[in-house]
Design a protein around this ligand. Sequence first.
Ligand code: NAP
Length: 244
Amino acid sequence: MASAIITGSARGIGAAIALRLAKDGFDIALNDISEKSFENNDIMERIKESGVKCEKYIADVSKADQVEAMVKSVKEDFGSIDVLVNNAGITRDGLLARMTEENYDLVISVNQKSVFNMMRYVVPVMMKQRSGRIINMSSVAGLHGNAGQFNYSASKAAIIGMTKSAAKELGSRGINVNAIAPGFISTPMTDALSDEQKKAIFDMIAMKRYGSVEEIAGVASFLAGKDSSYVTGQVIEISGGLSM
Ligand code: NAP
């Protein structure tokens, strides 16, 4: 059976993608930064209801040595790695003039370097298979910028460059690489925004509602499945018309 690894998948968008890919028939390798992320959480049981295999792997994806060990274990446990979803991400928002070097480096490391780390170790596996799908989680902030998110926007814009470069490099090897750029999706990450910030974003959304994690998972399912076999190097914005 084909398998998928989704980073940062204990909750939020990552968990919804894992559930959807399980419904699509993929065996699922979950990842998150700590065992605590999976506490009071029935994600593994819900995935197994689809009749697929599911294992969880604790690793900080910003750390190359932890990623190398995790990818080795996933390959041993599942036999192949057919889909990689680089979803793990954090925010440390603040105005540029007051942003600390620590918060700049942390966001670049977790959001951007993690994508390099994961692709660095998963791509050789996919190259041997001569097939694979990689889905990188960018953001509308990476496409258009966002005040108060200098570090986050930098990391998410870099992911677009990485996606296109890898798509050009790996297209002839049967590996498709695409990015998703969500707008405002209701998750613990966006719950942390102030009511004022939420209203400012809401006013810009053409569809006058926030997105759901399932609406991101549906597009991830398309990019992981056979109907997107001729789609690579693309960034799909899912934002209810926040920008166009
Ligand atoms: P979320 O609810 O905060 O979930 C992110 C998950 O990633 C958490 O389970 C978190 O674990 C995990 N994680 C954080 N650092 C990690 C690390 N170093 N290694 C492994 N796992 C790590 O966020 P979300 O809203 O679902 O967002 C998922 C992705 O979509 C992110 O890349 C985000 O930037 C992007 N995105 C989200 C929105 C939105 O509106 N929600 C919009 C645009 C883009 P812990 O919390 O346990 O540390």
